[in-house]
Design a protein around this ligand. Structure first.
Ligand code: OAD
Length: 251
């Protein structure tokens, strides 16, 4: 029995009917229904002993490279065993509905791409990428004996291709995301606690630029009071229902 259609305010549906330019920012919440733990939810496994903030820093990596590397191998395994959910799959259909659609994510799990989303702006990198620590270039040939921390041909340590606390975001990705926030008519913030900047600033850039701001989250966040519309619920339920509305009027 499908849950009742999420009540989508008529004012929002009208705006979406007329919108050409739509941007979306997603966070870990959209992958929650795929079984990938979010950051500020109760943590499981290796992560239960350590806080992400403790491990996801250059200092933590240099102090304990093998431990941090193994933590990312553990998370890669989690994501490999996960599958995109109906929230990811619904968003992958949005480019067919809106002429100018931009998907920005804070997630590093690649599940949007696995759901068929093309052109994903990954603000925090991708967990399956491996970089030379010193040269920050992508490395494809990783030799790991499971004991010593893997090293680049240049002798430097290898690291996961994700943004750590205290590190800057990839410039081109952030510039594209900011431009999309400034230029869109409707901005969705989905499955993020809206706590970590600069990503958390994007919805407010959009709102200040005149966009309608929509939040999809089962709980409130610091963004909630700024949102024009809040669709309270899990993205894996709300997005397929929103898509149903959108496809109905787009024919
Ligand atoms: P958080 O774990 O901080 O927040 C997850 C959000 O998703 C919360 O607001 C939940 O209420 C919401 N949520 C949970 N289940 C949901 C569902 N089924 N549908 C929709 N929303 C749901 O994760 P992020 O906001 O993504 O940074 O965290 C932002 C950044 O903090 C991450 O990118 C990471 C972390 O430090 C870096 O790695 C640089």
């Amino acid at each position: 029995m499908a849950p009742p259609l999420t009540a989508v305010p008529e004012r929002l549906l009208t705006a979406l009917r007329q919108a050409q330019r739509v941007a979306v920012l997603t966070g870990a919440g959209i992958s929650a229904e795929s079984g990938v733990p979010a950051f500020r939810d109760a943590q499981t496994g290796l992560r239960s002993k350590y806080d992400a903030q403790e491990l996801a820093t250059p200092e933590a990596f240099l102090a304990r490279p093998r431990l941090v590397w193994d933590w990312y191998l553990f998370r890669r395994g989690l994501v490999e065993r996960a599958a995109p959910n109906r929230g990811h799959e619904s968003l992958a259909r949005f480019p067919e509905i809106f002429a100018d659609f931009t998907l920005i994510t804070q997630n590093v799990d690649g599940l949007h791409q696995r759901a068929g989303q093309r052109d994903v702006i990954e603000l925090h990198g991708n967990i399956f990428d491996t970089l030379c620590f010193d040269e920050r270039r992508l490395v494809s040939d990783v030799r790991d004996d499971g004991k010593a921390p893997p090293r680049c041909d240049c002798g430097s340590l290898l690291r996961p291709g994700v943004v750590w606390f205290g590190e800057s975001l990839p410039g081109p990705a952030l510039s594209r995301a900011e431009a999309a926030a400034r230029g869109c008519q409707v901005f969705f913030s989905i499955g993020t606690s809206s706590l970590v900047h600069p990503a958390a600033g994007l919805p407010l850039i959009a709102k200040r630029s005149g966009a309608l701001l929509v939040e999809i989250n089962p709980t409130t966040t610091p963004l909630t009071t700024s949102a024009d519309h809040v669709l309270s619920g899990p993205a894996g339920q709300v997005l397929p229902q929103l898509l149903q509305h959108l496809e109905a009027f787009r024919g």
